[in-house]
Design a protein around this ligand. Structure first.
Ligand code: HEM
Length: 543
C-alpha cells in the first residue's frame, strides 16, 4: 500500500528536515525557491493593483480601436510594418477615428496618444516636470550611448547639465557653424562635380549623413573631416545601428551574441577615444592658464575653438572638480550631441532635396537666396545676417520638417497624478503619453501638400491662434526641454541646402526609383524618419 503524505511533508522530506533537525543543503534550495516565488507573487500583485489603478484613471478616455484582451494593441503595432506604416501612423489612424486623445494598451503598458496643441502645451510647458522622459521603453536601447546625458536625464541633474551645456550651443558658436557648414558643403560639391552630367547615381542621403556628422564633429570637437570619416564609421555608426535594431528587437540588449560583444567593445573604444581627447584638451587648458598666470599676462582669454572648449570654460567657471564622474558625464553629453545632431539634420536635408527636385520654382527661390548670400557660384563667405535673410530656404526646411515629421512621436511618462490632465481628462501616475508631433503637423490645410509659403511671413502658420501657434509646429518640441541644437541645425541646413542647389540640380535616379510615388513614402521603423528607399539621385551642374 502506497503511503499517503501531504505536499508539505513531501517538501520537508525533500529539504531533509526530519524530527525538527535540518540535515540537508536542499533546505537552502527550498528557501531560495520560496523567496523567489514570494517575490514574484508580490511583484505580480503590485503590478495588477497598479494596472487597475491606471485603467480606472483612464476609463473616461476613448479607447483606440483594434485592442484585444491581455495583448491590447500589440497586434496592430506589430502588423503595421507589413503595410509600410509606422507605429506612429497607426496612432494617427486611432486619433482620426476617435478624436484628439485616445488611450491604448500595449501588452499591459497603458498610455494615451495626443496631438492637440493645448495638450502639447501642458506636456511640454506648464506641466513639464510631471511629464518625465520614458527611459524604460523608448529610450532604453539608447541608454548605453546617451546614459545620463541631456536627452535622457530628468530633474536636478538635467537642470544642472542644461545650464552648463545650453550657452555652449547658442550665441557665437552659431557664427562658426556657417563657416564649418560651408567648408563641408564645398567638399561635398567638389565630390559631386566629378559625377555631374555623367549619369552616375549618387546616394545623397548617405552623403548628408556623412556631411552632418563632419559638421557636428568639427563644431563639437574640432575633428577634421578625415578624422570624422575614420572614427565615426568604425565606432559610432555601428553602435548606433545596433541601438536602432534593439528598438524593434529588445531581446538583443540581453542576449550575449557576437553583435552584443562587438557593440560593447565599440562602446568601450568610442568612450576611450573621447575621454582621451577630453583629458588632453583639459590638460592643455590648465597648462595654458598656468603659463599665462606665471607670465602675469592680463590678456583676455582666447576665443573658444569649439563647443567642447565652451563647455570646459563653463566647467572651470563653475569650480567643478575634474574627475572620473565628470569625464563620464561629458562623454554622455558629447555622444548625445553626435546622436541628436546628425541623423535628424540629414533626414531634414534629404526630404528638402527630394521636394525641391519636384518643385522647380521653390528650388529657384532657394538658389536665388543662396547666391545673394554667398555670391553667384557660392564663392564668398557669408555672415550671420546674410544667412538669416534666407527666409524662403528656412521655410522650405520647416515645411519638410512639418510634412515628414522626422521625429514623429516623443514619449513621456507621468511621474505623479496630473489632476489637470490633458484636454479635460485627469491622468494617473504611470500613464505613458505619446506626444504625437506628426499628428499635430497634419492639422494644417492639405497636409500632404508641400507648401513652404505656410512658413513665410503672414502664411498659414502666422494665422494660427496666438495661444496655440507655438504648439502647432513641434519638430524640436517646445518648452524648457526643447531641442538645444535647433538653431544650429537650421543654420547649418540653410547653408548646405542653399549652396548645394546654387551649384547643382538633382533628379531621383529612375533606375533606382522606378515608382515616383514610392519616393515620398516614409520609412516605417527608423527614427529619424527618412524616405523608405533612401534617395539616390542624378546630378547636373546648375546654370
Ligand atoms: C533637424 C534637426 C533636429 C531635430 C528634428 C531635433 C529634434 C529634437 C527633439 C524632438 C527633441 C526632444 C526629444 C524629447 O524630448 O524626447 C530634441 C532634443 C534635443 N536635441 Fe535635437 N533635433 C535636431 C538637431 C539637433 C542638433 C543639431 C543638436 C546638437 C548639436 C541637438 C541636440 C539636442 C539636445 C541636447 C536635446 C535634449 C534637450 C533637453 O532635453 O534638454 N538636436 N531634439
Amino acid at each position: 500500500m502506497a503511503s499517503s503524505s501531504s505536499p508539505l511533508e513531501e517538501l520537508l522530506a525533500f529539504a531533509g528536515v526530519k524530527d525538527g533537525t535540518i540535515s540537508s543543503p536542499r533546505l537552502a534550495l527550498v528557501v531560495l525557491g520560496a523567496a523567489l516565488a514570494a517575490y514574484a507573487l508580490v511583484f505580480a500583485v503590485i503590478n495588477v493593483v497598479d494596472y487597475i489603478r491606471i485603467a480606472r484613471g483612464l476609463s473616461a478616455i476613448p479607447s483606440a480601436p483594434g485592442g484585444v484582451p491581455l495583448l491590447g494593441h500589440v497586434i496592430p503595432m506589430l502588423t503595421c510594418v507589413s503595410q509600410n506604416k509606422g507605429a506612429w501612423d497607426i496612432m494617427e489612424d486611432w486619433m482620426d477615428a476617435k478624436g484628439p486623445i485616445v488611450k491604448y494598451n500595449i501588452a499591459g503598458t497603458q498610455g494615451v496618444a495626443v496631438r492637440d496643441p493645448k495638450a502639447m502645451k501642458r506636456i511640454f510647458q506648464t506641466g513639464y516636470k510631471l511629464y518625465e522622459k520614458d527611459l524604460k521603453l523608448s529610450y532604453r536601447p539608447f541608454l548605453p550611448i546617451l546614459g545620463t546625458g541631456l536627452v535622457t536625464s530628468d530633474g536636478a541633474l538635467w537642470q544642472k547639465q542644461r545650464m552648463l551645456m545650453g550657452p555652449a550651443l547658442r550665441v557665437d558658436v552659431l557664427d562658426d557653424i556657417i563657416r564649418i557648414a560651408k567648408k563641408a558643403i564645398d567638399r561635398l560639391c567638389e565630390k559631386l562635380s566629378h559625377h555631374a552630367g555623367k549619369g552616375d547615381i549618387v546616394d545623397i542621403e548617405e552623403e548628408f549623413r556623412l556631411l552632418t556628422l563632419q559638421v557636428i564633429g568639427e563644431a563639437v570637437l574640432s575633428l577634421g573631416p578625415e578624422e570624422c570619416d575614420r572614427v565615426f564609421p568604425q565606432l559610432y555608426l555601428p553602435v548606433m545601428n545596433e541601438a536602432n535594431r534593439r528598438v524593434l528587437r529588445p531581446y538583443r540588449m540581453y542576449l550575449p551574441t557576437p553583435e552584443w560583444f562587438r557593440f560593447s567593445s565599440r562602446m568601450g573604444q568610442l568612450n576611450g577615444f573621447l575621454i582621451d581627447l577630453f583629458r588632453r584638451r583639459w590638460q592643455a587648458r590648465q597648462a595654458a592658464a598656468a603659463a599665462a598666470q606665471g607670465e602675469g599676462s592680463s590678456s583676455s582669454k582666447p576665443k573658444p575653438a569649439d563647443i567642447l572648449d565652451r563647455i570646459m570654460e563653463a566647467i572651470e567657471e563653475s569650480g567643478a572638480k575634474w574627475d572620473a564622474a565628470l569625464e563620464t558625464q561629458l562623454c554622455y553629453e558629447v555622444k548625445t550631441f553626435l546622436l541628436a545632431g546628425h541623423e535628424t539634420s540629414a533626414a531634414m536635408l534629404t526630404w528638402s532635396t527630394l521636394e525641391l527636385a519636384a518643385h522647380s520654382q521653390a528650388a529657384d527661390k532657394v538658389v536665388e537666396e543662396a547666391r545673394a548670400a554667398f555670391g553667384p557660384r557660392g564663392e564668398s563667405e557669408a555672415g550671420r545676417r546674410a544667412v538669416d535673410e534666407m527666409i524662403y530656404t528656412l521655410a522650405v526646411l520647416k515645411e519638410a520638417l512639418r510634412k515628414y515629421s522626422v521625429v514623429p512621436v516623443v514619449t513621456r511618462v507621468l511621474a505623479e497624478d496630473d489632476p489637470q490632465g490633458l484636454l479635460g481628462y485627469p491622468l494617473p501616475r504611470g500613464t505613458m503619453v505619446a506626444c504625437h508631433l506628426q499628428g499635430t503637423h497634419r492639422l494644417y490645410e492639405s497636409p500632404d501638400e508641400f507648401r513652404p509659403d505656410r512658413f513665410m511671413p503672414g502664411g498659414e502658420y502666422d494665422q494660427f491662434d496666438d495661444a496655440d501657434r507655438a504648439y502647432m509646429f513641434l519638430p524640436f518640441i517646445q518648452g524648457p526641454r526643447n531641442c538645444l541644437g535647433q538653431h544650429l541645425a537650421l543654420l547649418e541646413a540653410r547653408v548646405v541646402l542653399g549652396l548645394l542647389h546654387a551649384r547643382f540640380s538633382f533628379k531621383p535616379a529612375p533606375s533606382v526609383h522606378p515608382d515616383p510615388a514610392s519616393l515620398f513614402m516614409r520609412h516605417p521603423t527608423v527614427i529619424p524618419v527618412g524616405p523608405i528607399r533612401g534617395l539616390k539621385v542624378l546630378v547636373e551642374q546648375r546654370k
